[in-house]
Write a protein that binds this ligand. Sequence first.
Ligand SMILES: [Zn+2]
Ligand SMILES: [Zn+2]
Length: 443
Amino acid sequence: MGQGPSCATNDENGLFRAVKLGDLETLRTEIDADSSILKQTTLYDRESLLHIAAANDQIDVLSSLLDRSMNPNLLNRHKQTPLMVAAIHGKISCVQKLLSAGANILLFDSLHRRTCLHYAAYYGHSECLQAILSAARSSHVSASWGYAHFVNIRDGKGATPLHLAARQRRPDCVHILLDSGALVCASTGGYGYPGSTPLHLAARGGSLDCIRELLAWGADRLQRDGNGRIPYAIALKHKHGVCAALLNPSSVEPLVWPSPLKFISELNPETKLLLERALMEANREREKKILKGTAYSIPSPSHSDGGADDNLSEASDAELCCICFDQVCTIEVRDCGHRMCAHCTLALCCHNKPNPATASLNTPVCPFCRSSIAWLAVAKGDTNDDNGGDLSCPRLRRSRRSWNLTEGSSSFKGISTVGSFSKTATHGSGRILINEWVDKTDP
Ligand SMILES: [Zn+2]
Ligand SMILES: [Zn+2]
């Protein structure tokens, strides 16, 4: 059998089916009988066995094929590699296997001139995105292309992976890319021509979380696209009301992650997580102010401003922040060892969107002893460690969230709409202090 063209097609189908279903036995038998079948591709799309294994998450088949020294960079009809296919389908183990087999991350397909990084971002597969970025960090890419160049690589229409993630409503990928050095104000225009920024595309996509991330990394609400529109106008046009409210240039500026500060770039992951969470919470408080009195409410869960008295009694067993008297100390300043909560730390470090005229960023000092901050660490040790030693779940969260969950009563909603400035609770002065700190940075 297998003489005529029709029979050959049947054999082919059998082979591809075996790869698709992960039938290693059949595959081995066929390859042992005729190793040339490793070069076979599907008729129309010219998918290799590796492409099919990658698309269907058949990691054992993929490994076995690569062990037979199959070229990991075979191209299909659209010049897509098996790595691109795995990234499109979000098959993380296949992505990792292909990367470790030396798959080239710098290849562009012929469809949109996109790389594997574009595809992982477009389809929102954050694990795959991370894996590709770590491969880029450790491989020759950093040396030849430069890591920053790779992160900001453009497709055929000038879009970076960040543009695609923002357009496709992929906040996790947006975050990872920004954290990896993606340019928040990159324009699809290139070479000085006006184009769309990631914020324009997020406004079009209507993802509030993407917009929050971009604004917190300093995206410019006033940048105009090729048609002269600001992101606000695009959100309005596409009827994304809440997004438009945040993008409205006359609304309060959000806090921006203080990435230029040296000790911020050197944070350990644990401390960074705490501060990032505090940044997002602080910005959500600002969102409440912005959305107050509009027809919109924030659809995602956010914190009630009420219940601080309860919080005080609950948190009194832990070390309370001496600046705001509201939150538990989670951050320790080194070398002096003074402690404060993540919110106050951020208020100290954050700056608003850099104003070109006043771009210089003052390095903050410890508010207690005025000594310079060498680095920030998660406060540990002599505070009562009553959360089971889970350091990724600090008391800050427990104390705030637990009372939010138990108090859904209308009276607290009433308090929360008053706003934090008018709070007259016993520890209100601390509150006002921190808000002054924060708002002092407004232009
Ligand atoms: Zn505090
Ligand atoms: Zn100090």
